[in-house]
Design a protein around this ligand. Structure first.
Ligand code: GDP
Ligand code: IMO
Ligand code: MG
Length: 443
């Protein structure tokens, strides 16, 4: 008799998903951390350590205010009773896995027996990171502005069926053989860049032993959790507009960052998913190159960057900033099917006299019926804006939705009406306490 968990017919939406609805850095980590208190498992399903999720929380018996930067590990780990799981769809740079874990442990968060990694997850090696840099140089003026974490090259190895997965570490002779082949192929393509192949193999022999206690059969693991009614929270990484299929290709990351990636990355069926929370910044930001129709390049951009502290967590780059884009958000809502939204960083708009929101894209006086696939078309769009009066603020001390200034509520309610999706949470500051909750019916 198989010991695999029996498929449950009552897959009842016990999985809650947090996804980025724009170009990343919407504040997914903060919401994940907040929700993790009520969850048993927090899982990553896609991407790798290209993500950067900042959490500010009071931790330990003395409740010391602490900042955490997560890249590869699930942010739910800040909550001591939440178990972390890295699913099969994630690409894992093992040295980063350990260094992130060591940093967490130094901050008092133990990971032993509460962090698990799917044996089907693919590995990112240092040579993938070198290749990431070389590819960017090759692209020259049209480079993507990647995080240089080797994400694209690692997913390329996976798609070309030559990648190495976590389980390969436990058949080490085969691992070493395949590894040499992979590196050789990169040397052929990119020239003999500096790389100590044999030294790396030796390092991985040691990593394999250290990693062993964390490795699980990902399918058995997640389904055992589901069949024992554990509550699972999925922490999306990157965001819909960086999705390999639906983002602004080729200025995207190399994974499925939307709802589809949750099913494929964790090996779970769609009916196990209940709430899908779209995290949406009250304006728009983007790191790296690529189209951005509502981008600003003026004092308001400086306000958003400075007040919003818009510097990348992973690369330290300044984030490009602009107005909220409802055309893009509607597109994002269609694909991901958010059941509610978390509007974040509303406090950053405090003090602006006027706010603009993009409502339509036009080309030659004609409205576009969709978010265009063709970037040359996107580059030509004239954006139609609706203007709103601003508010004075500060709103960061507000604890109830009704206490927000009226013009601020009008802004929130316009977004809700335009998208037809309730805004359940509103972020008014970086800390855990700076989040307004608006209970919604039938959530
Ligand atoms: P993620 O990648 O989606 O998790 O977002 P990041 O952590 O990269 O970027 C969001 C940044 O905004 C972090 O530094 C958060 O601490 C901060 N943040 C999150 N929500 C709010 C908010 O409502 N207001 C302000 N001012 N900052 C916030
Ligand atoms: P979080 O989870 C913002 C962007 C990079 C680059 C493009 C491709 O923090 O929201 P990659 O290294 O993935 O090949 O880079 O995608 N990018 C992100 N931008 N937030 C992220 O993650 C991102 N992950 C990737 O800047 O433009
Ligand atoms: Mg981020």
């Amino acid at each position: 008799m198989s010991t695999l968990p029996k498929p449950s017919l009552s897959q009842n939406g016990q999985v809650t998903v947090v996804l980025g609805s724009q170009w990343g850095d919407e504040g997914k980590g903060k919401l994940t951390d907040m929700l993790a208190g009520e969850m048993d498992i927090c899982a990553r399903c896609a991407g790798g350590n290209n993500a950067g999720h900042t959490i500010v929380a009071n931790v330990g018996p003395e409740q010391v205010k602490t900042k955490f930067d997560f890249h590869l590990l699930p942010s739910g780990l800040v909550n001591p009773r939440c178990v972390g799981f890295i699913g099969s769809g994630v690409v894992v740079h093992v040295p980063s896995f350990f260094s992130e874990m060591d940093t967490l442990e130094k901050k008092g968060l133990k990971c032993d027996n509460r962090l698990f990694l799917s044996d089907r997850a693919h590995l990112v090696f240092d040579f993938h990171q070198v290749v990431d840099g070389l590819k960017e140089v090759e692209l020259g003026g049209s480079s993507i502005g990647t995080t240089k974490k080797g994400i694209g090259p690692a997913y390329s190895s996976k798609a070309s069926r030559s990648g190495l997965r976590v389980h390969h570490l436990y058949d080490f002779d085969t691992f070493a053989q395949k590894f040499r082949k992979l590196v050789e192929a990169r040397f052929k393509r990119y020239g003999n860049f500096e790389y100590d192949t044999e030294g790396e193999i030796a390092r991985y022999r040691a990593f394999a032993e250290r990693l062993r206690p964390f490795v699980v059969d990902g399918v058995t693991f997640i389904h055992s959790m589901l069949s024992s009614n554990r509550r699972v929270l999925v922490e999306g990484a990157n965001a819909l507009m960086l999705d390999l299929d639906y983002g602004t290709y080729p200025f995207v990351t190399s994974s499925s960052t939307g709802i589809g990636g949750v099913c494929t990355g964790l090996g779970i069926p769609p009916q196990s998913i209940g709430k899908v929370i779209g995290v949406t910044k009250a304006y728009t930001s983007r790191v790296g190159a690529g189209p951005f129709p509502t981008e600003l390049n003026d004092d308001i951009m400086t306000h958003l960057q400075e007040v919003g502290a818009e510097y990348g967590t992973t690369t330290g780059r300044r984030r490009r900033c602009g107005w909220l884009d409802m055309v893009m958000l509607r597109y994002s809502c269609l694909i991901n099917g958010y059941t509610c939204l978390n509007l974040t960083k509303l406090d950053v708009l405090d003090g602006l006299k006027e706010l603009k929101v993009a409502t339509n894209y036009m080309i030659n006086g004609k409205e576009l019926a969709s978010f265009p696939a063709d970037l040359s078309m996107l580059a030509k769009v004239e954006v139609v804006y609706k203007t709103f009066p601003g508010w004075e603020g500060p709103i960061s001390e507000v604890t109830e939705y009704q206490q927000l200034p009226q013009t601020c509520r009008e802004y929130v309610e316009f977004i809700e009406d335009f998208l037809g999706i309730p805004i359940e949470w509103i972020g008014v500051g970086p800390g855990r306490q700076s989040m307004l909750h608006r209970p919604i019916a039938n959530k």
